[in-house]
Design a protein around this ligand. Structure first.
Ligand code: ADP
Ligand code: MG
Length: 366
């Protein structure tokens, strides 16, 4: 029953601060995804938990016991990284049995467990193969089994599917998720793939520049991100700068590019400079605006994407607004350089205070 708690963790490399004040609680049997731009400290955090790095500040607790200074082999963690790391000269069976063997267990004692794990990943018939004879996806499944054979109930995945083809990666993520939840394991899974993190995590932690930006269940983070950075990094969003002009019974009205948009935000004040975000799929593109909450513009680019259409619409202040939704017949009437109206329902508009260092700076990934 591993419950993992990280309190006030900091890690520096010389003068460079790779992690700052990381606080995180991962409950027993939870599957937590960590996402953030390259270089934001994801691997450093995983290595501090695994015991590969010693943090400069803070503590790591497993089941309330501090393990911050415990050596890696005493932490009973399963660790799978991006690179395929099976022992090349050992057969699959020997690879999976490696952990129990170095722990001093007799082969006959671990044989049943190893057989069960190979069955679980549907590779029992390949137990005599060498890693190089298996596909990348199969090798990564073996790596997960090897991690499990050591008896770890806490798994740390650091971009484990990063080296695999897109299709294999998608299949594997659901297989691994199912397997770990069937076995009741606790998983911390680092990835930079937003679809991956949203589709398998119970909870997502968003990181930026060595810090946690926010955390929450996938749908909650997607629909109601508390931070501009999250709105931009998880999925895609349009950002429009404006000013609150009125407060109403249902929220506030923001003036953007010459239009007034009703939002459901109740926190901002009249005259406040704000940033309004909306995802491309929540905007309806029409020829004439009926009703409220429209911004007018000109269709500058129309791209047929197969199952969806994507428009770049230039609005009054010169900004480009992206609209993308499943193709429907009305779309085919809109031509390049047509005047269009973008309908934005109040409930999809996310309102943020104007970032202190400006919008561009806030959206920067590095
Ligand atoms: P991520 O996994 O999010 O891409 P990392 O945790 O690997 O990022 O790295 C975070 C930052 O710390 C990067 O700027 C990286 O260059 C730096 N870093 C990581 N490991 C070391 C190290 N051993 N020595 C010096 N700098 C490091
Ligand atoms: Mg990394």
């Amino acid at each position: 029953m591993p419950d993992l708690r990280i309190a006030g963790l900091a890690k520096r490399f010389g003068a460079f601060s790779a992690l700052e004040n990381i606080n995180l609680h991962i409950r027993d049997k939870e599957y937590v995804g960590i996402i953030g731009p390259s270089g934001c400290g994801k691997s450093t955090l995983i290595k501090c938990i695994a015991g590969i790095f010693t943090p400069d500040e803070g503590e790591v607790f497993f089941d309330k016991k501090p393990v911050t200074n415990a050596p890696i082999q005493r932490r009973r963690i399963g660790y799978v990284f991006q690179e395929l790391t099976l022992f090349p000269h050992m057969r699959i069976l020997e690879n999976v049995s490696y952990g129990p063997r170095v722990q001093g267990r007799r082969p006959e004692d671990s044989r049943a467990l190893v057989a069960e794990l190979l069955n679980l990943i549907k590779l029992a018939d390949r137990s005599d193969s060498f890693p190089s004879e298996l596909s990348g996806g199969a090798q990564q499944k073996v790596a997960v089994s090897r991690a499990l054979a050591s008896g770890s109930t806490l798994l740390l995945f650091d971009e484990p599917f990063g080296a695999l083809d897109a299709k294999v990666r998608t299949e594997l993520r659901y297989e691994i998720k199912e397997m770990t939840s069937d076995l009741g394991l606790t998983v911390l899974h680092v990835t930079h793939d937003q679809e991956e993190v949203m589709s398998i995590s119970d909870r997502i932690v968003v990181m930026k520049k060595g810090r946690i930006v926010e955390e929450g269940p996938p749908l909650e983070l997607y629909l109601h991100p508390k931070e501009v950075f999250t709105a931009n990094f998880l999925g895609e969003a349009n950002f429009l700068e404006g000013r609150v002009v009125q407060r109403t019974a249902t929220g506030c009205v923001v003036e953007i590019a010459g239009s007034k948009l009703q939002t459901s935000d109740r926190t901002r004040k009249v005259e406040e400079e704000v940033v309004v975000a909306i995802r491309p799929e929540f905007i309806s593109i029409v020829q004439d605006c009926k009703g409220q909450n429209c911004v007018t513009g000109v269709a500058r680019e129309i791209r047929f994407m197969g199952n969806s259409v994507r428009y770049d619409v230039e609005v009054m202040n010169g900004r480009m607004v992206h609209v993308q939704h499943p193709i429907c017949f009305g779309d085919l009437d809109i031509q390049l350089q047509d005047k269009v109206a973008l309908q934005m329902a109040a409930r999809y508009l996310m309102v943020y205070p104007q970032p202190k260092e400006g919008l561009e700076m806030e959206l920067q990934l590095e």
